[in-house]
Structure formats: structure tokens, C-alpha cells
Unconditional design. Structure first.
Length: 133
């Protein structure tokens, strides 16, 4: 390979604007910041203050659905609220309620409520739970 070929290749593939060590330092910095955040968010999300699961639902009529949820609170003295919704065909929300959880003594609690709907429901689900105290 003669000098003109070497010059042509050098023009076509110039040296990078930033040296390789700069990218390694940026990656190390992002990892140093991202790893603790990832661990915190995983542990925070894995241990909710209140968790609920729909156990059963029964469509009683075109305007009512009975729901039964089981609520788990590691600290039963913490009051909270769980949102439950009823859905129709096509996942349209046809009714919603907030179930208020008073402080108690049991870690697991079963709660039954009736949701009033404006159209016949086909399913129900727990949308969220949060501590209020």
C-alpha cells in the first residue's frame, strides 16, 4: 500500500472525536448512578405498604357487581384505600369504588363490596392501593 492509499483511508475513516477512555468513563459514571437507583426502585416496589388481590366477583344484575378482595398489610395499623373497577365488554369501565381500609389487627383481610354500574359488567379488577395515614 502506498502513501496515497494510506491518506485516502485516513480521510475516509478519521480518528474519533472523543478518545475511547472518555466513553468508558461515561459508562462507569452511568453505572455508578444507575445501579443504586435500580436497587432502590426494585426493593421499594417489591414491598408495598398495602397490596390487594381480587378473589371473586359476581355480576348480580345489569347495574350491580359484587366483589371480594383480599388485602395484605404488613402493618395492619396503617389505614388505606384500594380502588376497584368493573369493566364491560371491550374493557370499558362501567363502575368504580374506593374501598376504605380502617386500621385493624389482621395482616390479611377479606373485604366484600357492591359496585354500582351503568351498564352490565363482565369483569372486575383492583386498580390501586395506597396508604392514607
Amino acid at each position: 500500500m502506498d502513501q496515497t492509499d494510506a491518506d485516502r483511508i485516513a480521510r475516509r475513516y478519521p480518528a474519533p472525536a472523543l478518545p475511547r477512555w472518555t466513553w468508558i468513563a461515561v459508562a462507569a459514571l452511568l453505572m455508578a448512578i444507575g445501579t443504586p437507583w435500580l436497587l432502590w426502585s426494585a426493593l421499594h416496589g417489591a414491598n408495598p405498604v398495602i397490596a390487594a388481590k381480587l378473589v371473586a366477583y359476581e355480576v348480580r344484575s345489569d347495574t350491580e357487581v359484587d366483589v371480594r378482595i383480599t388485602v395484605e398489610r404488613p402493618d395492619p395499623s396503617v389505614p388505606g384505600v384500594c380502588g376497584v373497577k368493573a369493566q364491560a365488554v371491550g374493557t370499558d369501565t362501567v363502575g368504580e369504588i374506593d374501598i376504605v381500609l380502617e386500621p385493624g389487627t389482621d395482616r390479611l383481610e377479606t373485604v366484600e363490596r357492591t359496585i354500582r354500574t351503568f351498564k352490565r359488567a363482565t369483569s372486575a379488577s383492583v386498580t390501586s392501593c395506597r396508604a392514607t395515614g
